[in-house]
Design a protein around this ligand. Structure first.
Ligand code: NAD
Length: 364
């Protein structure tokens, strides 16, 4: 078992990682001395691990559970309101603790409920997806608006993250791949050695052994922890975590939430950002190798044909980081070294079109 400390201005909290990490949950709760405990999970996780958390927590605290429908659509106003109503009905108070038991959807939604219920109650993240090695760490919590992903939210740190890798055994391949995209992102923005390790050792998802999984989770969390500790509120450095996300989020939103996985969209976004880095910064990134590797793993490597460049640029303009129609893209000078570059709407439109044309040409 490993423990990584996240330091932010308001909180220092542990991310406990390993097989069996869940055993630490009662001790963490005891330190918080909750009046009541509310577990929020989703239908898939509940079907697989129905009483697992309750069995670990025991009967020390009055414990409630709310099961949301699985999927991105749950990060909605309606579900947010529903959870508040449920918490009020069960008479949770400011000393109550909320536990997010699930993937990034459960974590983001639960965290935002915890951040706002009675102006904030403590919460613990118990992530169950590979992607959540990213989403559960760093305190970004949110729900979606039809106009854009994660548009309503807060920076609100959990009291602890308990990452028990044994939960990942039941993850379907598509979700493993989605999470792997964020692991690749962490390596590309911050760690050349991790990138070379992944590139050499994980040609297909089947290559991910327990040891490799443990290494990538730990190093991914370490990178996220380091960035978040230096810039909790995304005033500067933290923006590098958006590598691949400006286009990725636009594709995801344009498709309709939940139609394409977050990681698949981020993978397309990372390919475009890599191509753009070579094209506009004169970087020498292994774009072709990255593209073939992504294809081997099973990632989509181009924007869906049904989405027009104009639609995507319009969505990108709605990104929270967009200022007066200037689009900011996180690019790479080299593997592990990022830079933030500003493009006008017209420039990015032409470049995205050029990339898409080039890809169409490759196929033709
Ligand atoms: P998710 O929570 O929807 O989980 C993916 C699917 O896997 C769901 O169907 C879920 O029910 C199922 N599942 C979860 N755990 C399982 C398990 N152990 N076994 C079998 N099935 C399981 O999605 P996700 O990919 O974990 O997270 C995506 C979300 O995370 C997006 O909303 C994205 O915006 C958000 N995100 C947030 C941050 C952040 O910093 N807050 C960072 C990255 C992504």
């Amino acid at each position: 078992m490993e423990s990584i400390l996240i330091n932010t201005t308001d909180e220092t909290y542990p991310v406990i990682v390993g097989n069996g990490a869940i055993k630490e949950l009662p001790n963490l709760l005891r330190n918080l001395n909750p009046s009541k405990v509310l577990i929020i999970t989703d239908t898939n996780v509940d079907a697989l691990y129905e009483n697992v958390l309750e069995d670990h927590i025991g009967r020390e605290w009055a414990t409630y559970k709310y099961v949301i429908k699985s999927g991105e659509a749950a990060k909605s106003f309606e579900m947010f309101y529903e959870l508040h109503s449920y918490a009020l009905k069960q008479e949770l108070d400011r000393k109550s603790v909320i536990i997010a038991f699930g993937g990034g959807v459960v974590g983001d939604l639960t965290g935002f409920v915890a951040a706002t219920y009675m102006r904030g109650v403590p919460f613990i993240q118990v992530p169950t997806t590979l992607l959540a090695h990213d989403s559960a760490v760093g305190g970004k919590v949110a729900i979606n608006h039809p106009e854009g992903k994660n548009m309503i939210g807060a920076f609100y740190q959990p009291k602890a993250v308990v990452y028990d890798s044994s939960f990942l055994q039941s993850l379907p391949e598509s979700e493993m791949r989605s999470g792997f995209a964020e692991v690749i992102k962490h390596s590309l923005i911050r760690s050349e050695p991790l990138f070379h390790f992944l590139f050499a050792e994980v040609r297909r998802l089947d290559d991910i052994t327990t040891e490799k999984l443990q290494k990538m989770i730990l190093e991914g969390i370490q990178i996220k922890a380091d960035v978040v500790s230096k810039d909790e509120k995304e005033l500067g450095l933290r923006a590098i975590l958006n590598f691949g996300h400006t286009l990725g989020h636009a594709i995801e939103a344009e498709a309709g939430y939940g139609k394409l996985s977050h990681g698949d969209c981020v993978a397309i976004g990372m390919l475009f950002a890599t191509w753009l880095s070579n094209k506009t910064l004169g970087a020498s990134l292994p774009y072709e190798e990255l593209s073939s590797w992504f294809k081997e793993i099973g990632f989509p490597i181009e924007v869906p044909e049904s989405q027009t460049t104009e639609q995507l640029i319009n969505k990108m303009k709605k990104d929270k980081k967009t200022k007066s129609n200037q689009l900011t893209m996180i690019l790479l000078k080299e593997i592990g070294v990022t830079t933030s570059e500003i493009f006008s709407e017209g420039e990015l439109y032409s470049l995205l079109n050029e990339w898409r044309e080039e890809k169409r040409g490759d196929k033709g």
